[in-house]
Structure formats: structure tokens, C-alpha cells
Design a protein around this ligand. Sequence first.
Ligand SMILES: [Ca+2]
Ligand SMILES: [Ca+2]
Ligand SMILES: [Ca+2]
Ligand SMILES: [Ca+2]
Length: 332
Amino acid sequence: MDNLKRRATAALFVLLAALALIALAATACGGDDGDGAEPTEEPAATAEQPTDEPTVAVTVVPQETPAEAPEISFQAASGAITVDGDASDWAGIDGATVPMEQIEIPAGVDWDEPGPLDPIEVTLKVATDANNLYVLLEVPDDYDFAGPVPPDTNNHNLSAAAAVMFLIDEGAGPHMGTAAEDLEASLGMVDIWHWELDCGPGEMSGGGDPGGGDDPDCNLDDEYATEPEAREDDGKVVENSGAAPNATGENTLAGVWEHTARAEGAGAAGTWIFEMSRPLQTGDAEDAQFASGGTALVALAYFDADETLEGWTDTGHLESSSENGWIEVTLP
Ligand SMILES: [Ca+2]
Ligand SMILES: [Ca+2]
Ligand SMILES: [Ca+2]
Ligand SMILES: [Ca+2]
């Protein structure tokens, strides 16, 4: 599991570093030197530009701070949901259509190019009852599932994967706690539900042990991050952070997946169903806490197994944050 964690963390950091380069490239027209060699060391060039001065040519304005009006907002439904991979209990519930796209890696940067993927639009729905928050993520993509796999045979990349992220600390950025302008500067902690499909359709995933968000069997992990290089399973301490282990965490996050064309076999066109739930209140400092009448700020990621012949790559996943920032969900 450690290799997986390291790989996933490195992958997200590389992805977010790509975002920083894109932002720097955009500022270059305003007179900044535009040197992309050290993307994470030059964000001040953007931050120091007065945005209220019309004679200044720099026009890059951060879109990712939750203080700004969200691009996408919707109302969660009230009612119990059965987490079973069957989306029929969501049929009468409105959600949001969420555009997702890959990051573009700037030319000349020595990173592995991801395989090309077209932008997609997914459906996100949220519901609550007295005790739980429920999330439905529906992704239009063909059926690819390589598992279940033994623990030492890592071919997750040949199956679809998904992640749902929530704001924990007010002001935390949608790029794993940071904003695109400075991917090393944490603005607060985020909660991450990170799901690589090691268990089969219809099978309950998640439900980790108290104190630990790792799901060694099915790989629906309850995680947290303060910045791209500081992501861990709940209850585990980020290396050199000086923090204490979170021994009283609550990690019963659970999910069941299905695909509408699974019966037709690999490559059949259809829709992925990722159905998840978690208690509204967990008392876990490494989780978002949800309350009636409150809001949840959400961001999404999807990993397409068809991205390359070897499956999805570290830099190629589709994500919602760059275009949409946080998605705002009002809870009933
Ligand atoms: Ca269901
Ligand atoms: Ca937790
Ligand atoms: Ca968490
Ligand atoms: Ca696909």
C-alpha cells in the first residue's frame, strides 16, 4: 500500500504542478518572465499584481477560492439511500452536471505526456438523512475493470477510479488544500475519498478500522491533505509534520460501484455508478463535517482506464477543479 500511496501522492503533485505552469504561462503575457522551469517558486509574481489597477496588464484572477461565488451549486435531497450500486433510488433527485477535463502539460516540460482524453460531463447528486451523507457520481464511460487483484499485483490503472474531495478548513483550496497560484502553500485541510477498484461490482468497499482510513481490501480510502505533498489516510501522520496520530478517527466511509453495461463486457459503452455514504458527523478532524442547513464544498476526479495501453497515468485524470473550483452543495 505504501507504494500506492507514494505513487498517488506523486501523481497528484505532478498534476498540480502542471496547473502552476499553466497559470505562469498565462501571466507571461503581462510582463512576467514566464520561465516555467521552477513553477512552484514563482507564484508571488502573480500574487503581487494589484488586481484593482486597470493599467496593469496581468489579468489572471484566481478562480479557486471558496470566497468567490461557485461556478456550480445545487441543493442536496433529503431521504435515505441504499448504498448498493443501484442508482434507481436517486431517480427523482436533482443533481448537477459537472464538466471535467485533463490538465494540459506545457510543451517542453519533461513529464510523461498523458494519453489524450476528451472532456466529459458527469452527474453529481448528494442526499442526506438524519445520520448520513450520500453521494452518487455517474460517469459516462465504457466498462473497464481488471480486478479483483491480489494485493501485490497492482493493475489498478486498468480499472476506472474516482475521487471525491471536500473542504474541511474554511479557505482551503480545491487543489488538495492549495490554490493553483501556489501549489506549495496550504490554505487548509481537505477531506478525500479515494477509490481505486480492487473489489467487484455490488461489493461493499470501505468501512475502515477506527483510527485508520486505509481500506486494504477494496481501496476506498478515507484520506486528508493539506497540500499535494501532504496527503495521507486518516489516522496516519504526514512524514515530518510533527502532528500526532489521530487515534479516535471515524472511517466508516463506504461505497458500492456498478456499470450499466457491465453485462456486455469490457469496452461496452455505459455509465459508471459510484455510490457512497458516510456519517454526517464523524468527530474526525481529518473529515469534513456536515450539518443540516449547511453547505458542503466538493471537487471530483475520474481516472479512465483507456487513457493509454497501460491504463490511466499519473498526470492524465479528468478533474473538476480547474474549471469549476469548489462545487457548492446546500444540505437540507
Ligand atoms: Ca442505491
Ligand atoms: Ca475519517
Ligand atoms: Ca478523511
Ligand atoms: Ca474509458
